[in-house]
Write a protein that binds this ligand. Sequence first.
Ligand SMILES: Nc1ncnc2c1ncn2[C@@H]1O[C@H](COP(=O)(O)OP(=O)(O)O)[C@@H](O)[C@H]1O
Ligand SMILES: [Mg+2]
Length: 314
Amino acid sequence: MSSIITVGGITKTYGETIAVNDLSFSVEEGEIFGMVGPNGAGKTTTIECIEGLRQADRGEIQVMGLDPIRQERQLRPLLGIQLQQAHLPDNIKVWEALDMYASFYDNTLDWEDLLEELGLMDKRGTTFRKLSGGQKQHLFIALALLNDPRLVFLDELTTGLDPHARHNIWDLVQEVRQRGKTVFLTTHYMEEAENLCDRVAILDQGKIVALDTPANLIRDLKISERISFQVKGEWKSGALEDLPGVKNVQRQGDKVVVLGPANGAQVSASIVTGVVNALAEAGTQFSDLRTEYPDLEDVFLTLTGHQMRPERSE
Ligand SMILES: Nc1ncnc2c1ncn2[C@@H]1O[C@H](COP(=O)(O)OP(=O)(O)O)[C@@H](O)[C@H]1O
Ligand SMILES: [Mg+2]
């Protein structure tokens, strides 16, 4: 495999804010590469620097061996770009949007085929305003694919969509990759990164805190269990942190998440018994206790000390 994108030490500041802080990484041809992190982590700034839409203060970027700003004209036909803040006029019809975008390029795919593949054929005469959130995003994907690009950028494509619409988009992104394209996407959904991406860079406060396949990131946690429960009534910690094998205890409102045991630690196979006993002894009432395997969200939590989202809602 060869790198289709290489980023070397880019930094971008806005006044006092360091949006992106000395980032280096590369993206391989044919992969779905994800950049995941909370709001404000620097995802959009990074993707827009790579797209040539913003200029980094420092550092080097090469996309297919070209400089995204100085060689923008050579690069543009090879890139498919969907912007986080994409807008179309309310009254533009789906086919008109495709027709307009097609006029920007010398060579385009047949947009009728594209509509068919993206399940939008019956919406071709519908105005943008009347599309659902998911349909709008399908249209933005269609627009990003119109010039048959080699590399597709998708910035927080599924933010705000319901889980069903989000899963449809995941299928679509997989199909885009199956057509041989490289996908660079950003998301603030850890679950999305875990399910969709071959490799994930976890971004926090403008820095990459980890970069690997989701499976490796989770394995490197060296934690085998996540226990979560709801506290009912008064919370008495029961010194969960001090139990053998417990690596991390996080409380958000009534929800508590306990991570452990460290793989290979000299503790019994599960920390559930210890946790339940400690809660009972402390007199803490709880419900909805469950044990699960750790996921990318736990990787983020362990590496940064804070949670991605206040609630693990989906
Ligand atoms: N045009 C801008 N002017 C000033 N600050 C900005 C601008 N764009 C982004 N920022 C700031 O830079 C940081 C990173 O933003 P952004 O790259 O949009 O993060 P993300 O996409 O991960 O939410 C945030 O603190 C944000 O407020
Ligand atoms: Mg963003």
